[in-house]
Design a protein. Structure first.
Length: 116
């Protein structure tokens, strides 16, 4: 399987970005999709997760009310809409696909920098 993230960049505090993750070479709709992030000097953190059909989502407390995860199974794509960004959101953002305990794919990451 392959995951390719896009949409990162430099944004001012209070701004918005939408990340996309395009999946290929696996049955996308079967997989739980997640977004993780890793800031310099810190461990990788789960940001948001969405079930295969899209009916169930969950978020890290630090992003609840600001970020929204969604997916389009017809386009094999998962999104992360990020609003009210602040400098603490600066990190490399990674897309993850998981099915059970043994099938998992990671994207290469996209950098998000929040700075004035």
């Amino acid at each position: 399987g392959q995951l390719v993230e896009s949409g990162g960049g430099l944004v001012q505090p209070g701004g918005s970005l939408r990340l996309s993750c395009a999946a290929s070479r696996f049955t996308f709709s079967l997989y739980t999709m997640s977004w993780y992030r890793q800031a310099p000097g810190k461990g990788r953190e789960l940001v948001a997760i969405i079930s295969g059909a899209g009916g169930s989502t969950d978020y890290a407390d630090s992003v609840k009310g600001r970020f929204t995860i969604s997916r389009d199974n017809a386009k094999n794509t998962v999104y992360l809409q990020m609003n009210s960004l602040n400098p603490d959101d600066t990190a490399e953002y990674y897309c993850n696909a998981r099915l059970g305990s043994s099938l998992e794919y990671w994207g290469q990451g996209t950098q998000v920098t929040v700075s004035s």
